[in-house]
Design a protein around this ligand. Structure first.
Ligand code: PNS
Length: 158
């Protein structure tokens, strides 16, 4: 079974990475799919994010990294994925994620959303919090992989 793990990943965090590693054991192939979202102003370009994630997962043979535009369900169909993966950190994630899963189910009935609970020790991490800390020169090495910490320092000139 192929699983897609869609998201903004601006940037990928240790929480995302943990979920990718764990899901790569559960599924035949995991495709990390970075959304090209015209409504968001990301810090890192889509190409940069794909490159960053590729660096992080290049030691996991059944994980691929890609980008997409439009509906996640259409992308999943194109990739013949049967599962859409999402991580749950806290209860407040659940409401929005459940709505998204229901909407996606109405659009593609055969695609199943599978939620994985984020590692407890990483459940407080979010890409926005990481960017905020990095912006003010705080420590981020415990929140993101080393290549991302380096890129954040360069992009935010800290
Ligand atoms: O990392 P994010 O920003 O929480 O990821 C959200 C994402 C990319 C999974 C979601 O916004 C999405 O699937 N967008 C693509 C458009 C789409 O399919 N919308 C319908 C489902 S709400």
């Amino acid at each position: 079974m192929i699983a897609i793990y869609p998201g903004s990943f601006d940037p990928i965090t240790l929480g995302h990475l943990d979920l990718i590693k764990r899901s790569s054991i559960l599924f035949e192939k995991v495709i990390v799919a970075v959304l090209k979202n015209p409504n968001k102003k990301p810090l890192f370009s889509i190409e940069k994010r794909v490159q960053q994630i590729t660096e992080c997962v290049n030691n996991i043979p059944n994980v691929e990294v890609d980008s997409f535009t439009g509906l996640t369900v259409e992308y999943a169909k194109k990739k013949q994925a049967g599962v859409l993966l999402r991580g749950l950190r806290v209860m407040s994630d659940f409401e929005q994620e459940l709505q998204m899963a229901h909407i996606n189910k109405t659009l593609a009935n055969s695609l199943e959303t599978v939620f994985l609970a984020t590692n407890t020790e990483l459940s407080f991490i979010s890409s926005s919090v990481v960017k905020e800390i990095a912006k003010f020169g705080g420590e981020i090495e415990h929140l993101v992989p080393p290549n991302i910490a380096e890129d954040l320092r360069i992009y935010l000139k800290k």
